[in-house]
Write a protein that binds this ligand. Structure first.
Ligand code: ADP
Ligand code: MG
Length: 350
């Protein structure tokens, strides 16, 4: 087994761009496909002036790309890194209805990255557990909505208010959050399903659309390895983040809760944009720029994942049709800028 080091490695965030197929509504409305793909490159045609714009991505997925392919490209590294002490994150960004939840969670027959990750993690853990190596993994599931955090592993009626705190060692963290110990794929999937149902129930009760909140599924793992009299301990975190829809929320006609909701989504997503822009400027040599993590709950909780100690993958999703051109272009620009962000990764030994 390789020795663990405490070297810090600078590592760019991996950015993937994924287009979904046209949906029934788009087909019924005779939407036009405006995106064409060739090796790592895509052209998108402006529906008004008909001029194409070109974008390049290291990880580009056309509408026919399967869930298997995405796991093949990212999954193994995700599981191995997690097991070997590296923090990780998979973040989905994009307009509502373009495949963020599909990519992360998927459906029964076409599971996404998160269920595949759990399945692979347990098959690895079961194979490598021994007298010398032991593991304990936990899951927590929560949602950021209107700048508050809701724990989705407790029933709403029993919910205790969660707060954001900061500590020297742990950085920003959520108080009063439930962590459930997981010990098999089946059991972990059941917990996840329950949490996702809580999200829907909460959404209905509070009369909000769940694509308006940011969902985080967080795994933590402690691995203890004994070598003779020496004990080595790793502590790792992996987050799957299903962000709220990136579309601009129109304020026309919005009042009361809706207005507040719109403002808060804009606040957290635009804060995320500002953090990314600051990191982008740093990558261009502007080292004095301050990265404004403190401006929203989302950016506080993603501090490690964006610009910190984490191997991060951001999957940006989009629709291939003319109606969505403006939103798609904005997502493409966002994704292009993200590719400049560098993280500082290291093995987390305690
Ligand atoms: P979001 O979470 O971004 O709002 P969803 O993941 O819920 O969007 O996707 C919207 C719909 O499109 C769902 O019915 C989903 O199954 C389907 N869909 C999304 N991406 C794909 C894809 N790459 N291939 C096939 N169906 C997809
Ligand atoms: Mg969704």
């Amino acid at each position: 087994m390789a020795a663990y080091t405490d070297d810090v490695e600078e590592l760019a965030i991996k950015v993937a761009m994924r287009f979904r197929p046209m949906n029934v509504r788009e087909l019924n409305q005779n939407a036009e496909n405006i995106v064409t793909f060739s090796d790592g490159k895509l052209d998108i045609q402006d529906p008004v002036d008909k001029k194409p714009k070109t974008f390049n991505f290291n990880h580009l997925y056309n509408p026919n790309s399967s869930q298997e392919k995405i796991f093949e490209d990212f999954g193994t590294d995700l599981v191995e890194s997690f097991e070997n002490g590296f923090n990780g994150a998979v973040i989905a960004y994009g307009q509502t209805g373009t495949g963020k939840s599909y990519t992360i969670f998927g459906q029964e027959e076409t599971p996404g990255l998160c269920p595949r990750f759990i399945e692979n993690l347990f098959s690895r853990v079961e194979n490598s557990q021994s007298d010398d190596v032991s593991y304990q993994a936990t899951i927590s599931v929560y949602e950021i909505y209107n700048e508050a955090v809701n724990d989705l592993l407790v029933e709403r009626k029993n919910a205790v208010q969660c707060h954001i705190r900061q500590s020297k060692n742990a950085g920003f963290y959520v108080t009063n959050l439930t962590f459930e110990v997981i010990n098999s794929y089946k059991q972990a999937s059941r917990i996840l399903e329950r949490a996702l149902r809580n999200r829907t129930v909460a959404a209905t009760m509070m009369n909000f659309n769940s694509s308006r909140g940011h969902l985080i599924v967080e795994f933590q793992m402690q691995k203890v390895r004994t070598e003779g009299t020496k004990k080595m301990q790793l502590f790792t975190t992996l987050k799957f983040v299903d962000l709220a829809g990136s579309e601009r929320v129109s304020s026309t006609g919005a009042t009361g809760d809706r207005l507040k909701e719109g403002a808060n989504i804009n606040r957290s997503l635009s804060s995320l944009g500002n953090v990314i822009y600051a990191l982008y400027q740093r990558s261009q040599g502007n080292t004095k720029v301050i990265v404004p993590y403190r401006n929203s709950v989302l950016t506080k909780l993603l501090k490690n994942e964006i610009g910190g100690n984490c191997k991060t993958i951001i999957i940006c999703t989009a629709s291939p049709v003319d109606f969505s051109f403006d939103e798609t272009l904005s997502t493409l620009r966002y994704a292009s800028r993200l590719a400049f962000v560098k993280n500082q990764t290291k093995i987390n030994m305690t």
